[in-house]
Structure formats: structure tokens, C-alpha cells
Ligand binder design. Structure first.
Ligand code: GLV
Ligand code: MG
Length: 312
């Protein structure tokens, strides 16, 4: 183990993250009563230019009127990109009018660390000016070729950055990948065409203590396809996935929760290793398989997650 350690900057339960267009107050109210761990109120791509202002107002109202934390949820706002003229007002209005109520800002299309620097500087000033005692977190969407090319540098930004998300739709567009199917597999590719990119982002996250979240799967009439994608992301180390439709929330919660057999096995691994330790041994065997200190680290990940889920 290197002496350079980056502990998790901010653990949060984020198995399911429901995208809610802030233009639609009914959807916001429904999301507050649903089962998602995380909600993001969208001001960006799901909102038409003519609705941007009203969506911003709705988001501010929902942050102030709904006690998201009491409902066991983390609430985030996806602001517009830095290449638009909506972005500065998203940050100023949301932070000035509801900055102590929003948990994180999700910054889309982050390409370079300077993008995060700008948002960080703005929220630093607004929090100071308003005298908030809370501190909003930042999350970055990696969804352009530039963002992926710089993902290791972006992950090292520090500051308020807590998580990176893989935005497969914009990423496909930016890469000019031959698809129009959000998050679906291309039958002409032997395997998962997003594997290398998700994996690269997850490595950057885990190296620098960030949560790694997988983005959207557009075909909400294909729950099996969603689950397969979620399972692949989980296998690579993602801890949650977006839901672009309420029906996907339960699927994500299911895939990203360790099943009882895994939790039991994790407990047994820790127990057996304690016994081995008492006998002066580092390794042991469980059900015919070797286990050692690395098995304990894997098992602890499962147990910490299981505890977070039961504490919800
Ligand atoms: C999300 O914003 C995506 O582009 O996939
Ligand atoms: Mg996008």
C-alpha cells in the first residue's frame, strides 16, 4: 500500500439517482415520495431553452419547500454547462435562494479542472456572503472526449468534488460513436463498448477518494437491459446508476444493494480471519477458498454498504 492515501472524501448512499426535469413540479413531488437514494433536479439537457427560467424557479421552490434529508434523500441540482449563458444564473440563484438546502451541484460536461474551479469559486463567495453554515458539494459529469482525456486530473481537483458520473449519451455524441441508443449495447461490438471508459473513470475516482456513478439507460421499457448495464457497472466499482424513469429506481436499488448471501459471506470472512489472527495466521480458508487480508478489505466494503443501507 502506498503511503499516499486518498480516503473517501464524502461517503453517501447513491445506489439510484433519479433525474427529474425541474420544469415539472408534479414529477418533483412524486420523486420526493419515491424510493431513490438521490435526486437531481435538472436544469440542463431535459429542459428546453424556453423553460430554463421557470425550471430554475421550480428547483429553488422544491429545495425550500421539501425536506429532502428528512425523506432520506440527497438532493442535487444539475446546472447548465459552462458554455451556456444559463450557468452563472443557475449557480447564483440556486445558491443565493436555496444554497443551504441543496446538497450538491452536478456540473455537466466538465472538460478541464478549470470548469470546477469556476463553480467552486462562485459557491465559495455565495456561501460566505450569505453566511451559510452548510457547504454544498460538487459532482462532475464526465461525458465528453475532453473530460475523459482529462479524467485523472479532474478527479484530483480536490475542493468540494465528491463524485464523478459517466454520461454515456453525451459521451457517445462527443466520441461520434455509432449509436443513438442511450446506454444500450451496440450489437456490432464484441462486448460492452463503454467498458474501457467507465473503467477509466472508476480508477480515477477510487484513486482520489470519489464516488463513481454510472449514468443513464434510455430504454425504460427494457428493465433487463437496464439491470445488465447496472451489474456491469457495479462489477467495475460503480456504486450507483441514474434512473431516467421512476421504474428504474427499484432496479438500481436492487443491483447496487449486496444480497443477504453476500453480506453473510462477508461477515463469515471477517470472523474466520479473526480466528486465524488469534492463532497467529494471516490467511485462512472458507468454503474451500483461500481468504486473507485483501478478502477482509473486500468484505468490509460489502459490510459498510450494508450498514449504510440499513441506516437509511
Ligand atoms: C448524461 O447527461 C448523459 O449525457 O448521458
Ligand atoms: Mg449529458
Amino acid at each position: 500500500m502506498s503511503h499516499t492515501l486518498h480516503p473517501m472524501r464524502k461517503p453517501r448512499l447513491q445506489r439510484s439517482e433519479l433525474a427529474v426535469p425541474a420544469s415539472n413540479p408534479t414529477m418533483i413531488d412524486k420523486a420526493a415520495e419515491g424510493a431513490a437514494d438521490y435526486i437531481f433536479l435538472d436544469l440542463e439537457d431535459a429542459i428546453a431553452p424556453s423553460e430554463k427560467e421557470q425550471a430554475r424557479k421550480n428547483a429553488i421552490q422544491a429545495l425550500n419547500d421539501i425536506d429532502w434529508a428528512a425523506k432520506g434523500k440527497t438532493v442535487s441540482v444539475r446546472i447548465n454547462g459552462l458554455d451556456t449563458h444559463y450557468m452563472y444564473r443557475d449557480v447564483v440563484d440556486v445558491m443565493e435562494q436555496a444554497g443551504s438546502r441543496v446538497h450538491t451541484l452536478l456540473v455537466p460536461k466538465v472538460g478541464v479542472t478549470g470548469d470546477l474551479y469556476m463553480v467552486e469559486a462562485m459557491v465559495n463567495q455565495i456561501e460566505q456572503a450569505k453566511g451559510y453554515s452548510t457547504r454544498v458539494g460538487l459532482e462532475a459529469l464526465i461525458e465528453t472526449a475532453l473530460g475523459m482525456a482529462n479524467v485523472e486530473a479532474i478527479a484530483q481537483f480536490g475542493g468540494r468534488l465528491e463524485a464523478l458520473h459517466f454520461g454515456v449519451a453525451d459521451f457517445a455524441a462527443s466520441m461520434r460513436a455509432r449509436t443513438t441508443n442511450i446506454g444500450g449495447l451496440n450489437p456490432h461490438y464484441p462486448g460492452d463498448q463503454w467498458h474501457a471508459s467507465i473503467s477509466r473513470m472508476v480508477v480515477a475516482c477510487r484513486a482520489y477518494g470519489l464516488r463513481a456513478i454510472d449514468g443513464p439507460f434510455g430504454d425504460f421499457s427494457d428493465p433487463e437491459g437496464y439491470k445488465e448495464g447496472a451489474r456491469r457497472a457495479a462489477a467495475l466499482g460503480c456504486e450507483g446508476k441514474w434512473a431516467i424513469h421512476p421504474s428504474q429506481v427499484a432496479l438500481a436499488n436492487d443491483v447496487f444493494s449486496p444480497p443477504e448471501v453476500e453480506v453473510t459471506r462477508a461477515r463469515r470472512i471477517v470472523e474466520e480471519l479473526r480466528k486465524a489472527e488469534a492463532q497467529g495466521k494471516g490467511a485462512a480458508s472458507l468454503d474451500g477458498r483461500m481468504i486473507d487480508a485483501a478478502s477482509e478489505r473486500m468484505a468490509m466494503n460489502v459490510l459498510v454498504l450494508a450498514d449504510a443501507i440499513s441506516a437509511r
